[in-house]
Design a protein around this ligand. Structure first.
Ligand code: ZN
Length: 419
């Protein structure tokens, strides 16, 4: 029998509205003294407690949330979840003044993560990623996009995807998979980027497609890595096989990745620190979501993307942590909201929508996730805070007290509930 639970005593409920991502954040609204009726894994009713209570069937279990604030589960649409090794010592060298070139020359940087990922067993990497997923869940992240891309050869890329399959089956955090073999040029192909892309296109993409669990192909479209022609070649091969695509674009240099994303109909283009106005407009036309990653700008002491310009161009904006060991080692979407507001000129409502409904749209899940509305999956956070504003106003603090994922309470009073 399907269980019915009604969460009552919600001090304030804040959510966007809609089944698609949205350019303007006008739909973000607040309901005081709210209740949410959940049947099975779905939301059945949302509204004031006075309006929802009469809708509850006789066998409803009532759970009093004692004045907590309810918001939709956070979606993180850009993570590098699975990798081996540890780069904290290298990070400290950076704080002592070492440059990326120094660090790379000493065997550090992404190449050290690639080596550690190749060396690690599937079980070792799963244990590490499982811990990350637990931390994400405690911070209210209920759905993520996760990329391969630290193996850079057949065996290690497939191993990363195997870890994702394994964790998808056992962990409440919902995972959308992306293949990113074109994250960097592996040492075996130094100076031969095109040969590497040809290998990916001919050998790995068809094999990855066969798995049936990978939705997207992503590429690091950047000067001196995969430039526009090679990026186009790889992404076109992915499209031909029936994958959807997303891009790391214009992070370090205005190469034109944002324009390529629009041209090829990418679902999302990410980073975009140096995207031009013309390409922003092209993205708005193609419906490509602008996924901005302020954590990376913060961690690299680099420039931030111009959220206001994307807004003005008519782009739908999502925010993501870019969780990875080198350029953004964090899982907090609340901190991304704070950076979006303080460093990229976003309003609270824009930042809120960017980690909920628009983040869901960046992985094509806005019809199911990203807002608290009847018919959507019951992914709900309860914050131990007087208002949702505290996500940004009282920043750097985890306010998430309880998490409901697909109708199941998986975090209660800041502790994981046993499955
Ligand atoms: Zn990334």
């Amino acid at each position: 029998m399907t269980s019915t639970t009604c969460y009552v005593g919600i001090g304030e409920l804040v959510s966007g509205r809609g089944r698609t991502g949205s350019v303007n954040a006008d739909s973000v609204h607040s309901i005081p003294n709210a209740a949410i009726l959940v049947r099975g894994d779905r939301i059945e009713h949302v509204g004031s407690e006075a309006a929802v209570r009469p809708q509850c069937p006789a066998d409803t279990v009532f759970v009093d949330m004692q004045g907590k604030t309810a918001v939709p589960g956070f979606v993180d649409p850009h993570t590098h979840l699975v990798w081996g090794g540890d780069r904290s010592a290298e990070f400290n060298r950076r704080l002592h003044g070492a440059t990326y070139v120094d660090i790379a020359a000493a065997g550090g940087g992404i190449k050290s993560t690639v080596a550690a990922t190749r060396d690690a067993s599937q079980e070792q990497m799963a244990a590490k990623a499982r811990k990350t997923l637990d931390t994400m869940l405690l911070h209210g992240i209920t759905t993520i996009e996760a990329k391969s891309g630290y193996g850079l050869n057949r065996e290690a890329e497939i191993k990363q995807l195997n870890v994702m399959d394994q964790l998808s089956a056992e962990h409440p955090v919902e995972m959308i998979q992306t293949f990113m073999g074109a994250h960097e040029i592996p040492p075996e192909y130094a100076g031969r980027a095109e040969a590497y892309v040809d290998m990916l296109n001919q050998e790995l993409l068809p094999e990855v497609k066969q798995r049936g669990t990978v939705s997207y192909v992503d590429i690091f479209c950047e000067k001196n890595v995969f430039e526009l022609d090679l990026s186009r070649k790889h992404l076109q091969a992915a499209l031909d096989l029936g994958f959807k695509i997303r891009l790391h674009a214009d992070e370090l240099f205005p190469l034109g990745g944002a324009g390529l994303a629009a041209e090829l109909g990418a679902i999302s283009a990410d980073h975009l620190v140096h995207a031009t106005r013309e390409h922003m407009q092209a993205m708005a036309k193609s419906g490509t979501i602008a996924t901005l990653l302020p954590g990376t700008s913060f961690f690299l002491r680099a420039a931030y993307a111009d959220a206001a310009a994307f807004q003005e161009a008519g782009c739908t904006i999502a925010l993501s942590t870019d969780y990875n060991p080198g350029s953004s080692h964090t899982i907090s979407q609340a901190v991304m909201m704070a950076l979006g507001c303080m460093k990229m000129g976003m309003t609270f409502e824009q930042a809120f929508l960017a980690v909920t409904l628009n983040a869901a749209a960046a992985i094509e899940k806005a019809d199911q996730l990203g807002s608290l509305e009847a018919g959507k999956q019951a992914d709900i956070l309860f914050l131990d805070a007087p208002s949702a504003m505290y996500l940004v106003y009282y920043w750097g603090v985890n306010h998430v007290s309880d998490v409901v994922k697909a109708g199941r309470r998986v975090v209660q009073e800041r502790r994981r509930v046993a499955d």
